[in-house]
Write a protein that binds this ligand. Structure first.
Ligand SMILES: Nc1ncnc2c1ncn2[C@@H]1O[C@H](COP(=O)(O)OP(=O)(O)OP(=O)(O)O)[C@@H](O)[C@H]1O
Length: 312
């Protein structure tokens, strides 16, 4: 098992100083989760759900208040040193990069922290910078990089220690669509090399595209763990029917709403039966390019989490 979490609780006290005296906040509330090795696993949930706290516990930055967490069989408390060797963390945004170092120097600096021998560090830095499309910029200062390029430096840096578990926190924020697509391809490659990848994202299309399974977290608890498709299917949400037509289907029983985008009619139906009725209606009238589509991950997320994302 890549990650094994049992009944994990983590609380914080609000306030300033070493021992704050304010109200207690429960960031993780008895969370249980299994992520097999070789899986890209998405952590989804509103702001304040506890995703970052979970990543911090798994990377030994924070201690659990109660419960256990293991990385590849090593407990994050009693086996913290092993866990640190196995985990690579990649935070999104600008945090944790020194603008006055070049990309290559950044890699060498982190390699030194990981105590990687010089010759290997050099080879690995070159390999990763090339792999992330940064070879041409390797000797430029990081502060001259765009956000998307900084993200790639983050990932290269996170991979320097050859981690078996990679924690990615909002990794594609700020990347242009092409860079984000290449990045997702790279994530799949990393998985296929036998690594476990835990990725937090607010981008549902990204989660649907790259994750083998996702866990929906709310208020420090797991709401559901499933493949994106499985989650959509078990959600019992509205089915959509799509067709290239300008016919009016609003009179068909069970039609909830319709919209037309780029010449494609999208019909929201109440259930499978209603979707069938719309399909029959359109096929009877000679429309050929018709298909039913299960709800998207974004619809399921909004249904399960609702608009609570605003109430942090
Ligand atoms: N150091 C801290 N001190 C006090 N409270 C904290 C601390 N870190 C996190 N929290 C609280 O714990 C809860 C969970 O926060 P966390 O950062 O894990 O959420 P998240 O799911 O990563 O959110 P986001 O999507 O906004 O990144 C929040 O209520 C947050 O305010």
């Amino acid at each position: 098992m890549g990650v094994r979490v049992r009944d994990l609780t983590r609380t914080f006290r609000k306030g300033k100083g070493w021992r704050p005296k304010g109200a207690e906040v429960t960031a993780l509330d008895g969370l249980t989760l299994d992520v097999p090795t070789n899986e890209v696993h998405g952590l989804l949930g509103p702001n304040g759900a506890g995703k970052t706290t979970l990543c911090k516990v798994l990377s030994t930055v924070l201690l659990p208040t109660s419960g256990t967490a293991e990385v590849l069989g090593h407990d994050v408390v009693t086996g913290a040193a092993e866990v640190r060797r196995l985990v690579g963390i990649v935070f999104g945004g600008e945090r944790g990069l020194y603008g006055k170092l070049t990309a290559r120097q950044t890699m060498r600096y982190w390699a030194a922290l990981y105590k990687i021998p010089d010759a290997r560090a050099k080879a690995r830095a070159d390999e990763l910078l090339t792999r992330l499309g940064l070879a041409d910029k390797a000797d430029d200062l990081v502060e001259t990089f765009s956000r998307g390029m900084k993200q790639r430096v983050h990932l290269a840096r996170g991979l320097i220690g050859d981690p078996k578990l990679i924690l990615l926190d909002e990794p594609t924020t700020g990347m242009d669509p092409v860079a984000a697509r290449d990045f997702r391809e790279l994530i799949r490659e990393l998985r296929d090399e036998g690594r476990t990848i835990l990725i937090t994202t607010h981008d549902m299309d990204e989660a649907e595209d790259v994750c083998d399974r996702v866990t929906l977290i709310d208020k420090g608890r797991v709401l559901a763990t499933e493949s994106p498709r499985g989650l959509a299917e078990m959600s019992g949400l509205h089915r959509w029917v799509e067709a290239e037509t300008s016919l009016d289907v609003t009179g068909v029983p069970g039609v909830v709403a319709t919209e037309t985008r780029n010449g494609v009619l999208r019909v929201k139906t109440a259930d499978d039966r209603a979707a069938r009725a719309v399909l029959d209606f359109l096929l009877d009238r000679g429309v050929r390019s018709v298909h039913a589509v299960p709800p998207r991950l974004e619809d399921v997320y909004l249904d399960l989490i609702g608009r609570r994302g605003m109430e942090v």
